[in-house]
Write a new protein. Sequence first.
Length: 270
Amino acid sequence: MTTPAEPGTSAPKVLVERRGHVLVVTLNRPQARNAVDQDVCLQVGDAVEQAEHDPEIRALVLTGAGDAAFSAGADLKALSRGERILPEGKEHWSFAGFVNHVTSKPTIAAVNGAALGGGTELALSCDLVVAVETATFGLPEVKRGLIAAAGGTFRLVSQLPPKVAMHALLTGEPLTAQEALRWGLVNQVVPAGTVLDRAVELAEQIAANAPLAVQASKRIAYGIENGTRPDETRLWALTEREMAAVATSEDAKEGPRAFAEKRAPQWQAR
């Protein structure tokens, strides 16, 4: 199962590999720091659906190709061309077809490099995280006049001590892998070249347990009912309203412009 290839190459944008009872999903755009476009969103979302409805799949591992980035977030070049990031009719899956795509199957992020913006939001949406020593985590959107609209704003606060989370959220400064481990954002930090193998080992450890019991435990832990997490419904709606207001502001235009021009932004608070 593959997505359309990168322009000018035969490489698929997403790789989906079955390893026994584990489904490994790889964002395969290392030249674009594994940025997410519509094709990636659709294929990752389809992989989650496959995992959810196949009783032989007991865990899902999400990772990125290469050793530089887990994911840099949304594909800004695709957005600049006016392309959609969320496939029509699949908007409820949210970013990368994953961050609001509720599944009973355990999910593990194998963070192979920088996970900033949408990359951190992908990690936040997984049940467990294994990270390489050089990984970084952060939500730098406020530095660009935007907000982390793929669940990061409320999930960071729920998964880190509040003061630590608010410092990261309001400053936009990243956490190192060791800091993320210290504060419980990741489960394990491993040497370069081992992150995927360790994540798969962890998935296999989970898969060795009774699958119905594992899935029921996850649903109870998160309060999952009818494929949704009611505790997050209000927060997703609030995020959508706030993002709609912020995204049309002058500051939201100034942030990317200042970044491109390599200068300090001049905020107007309007």
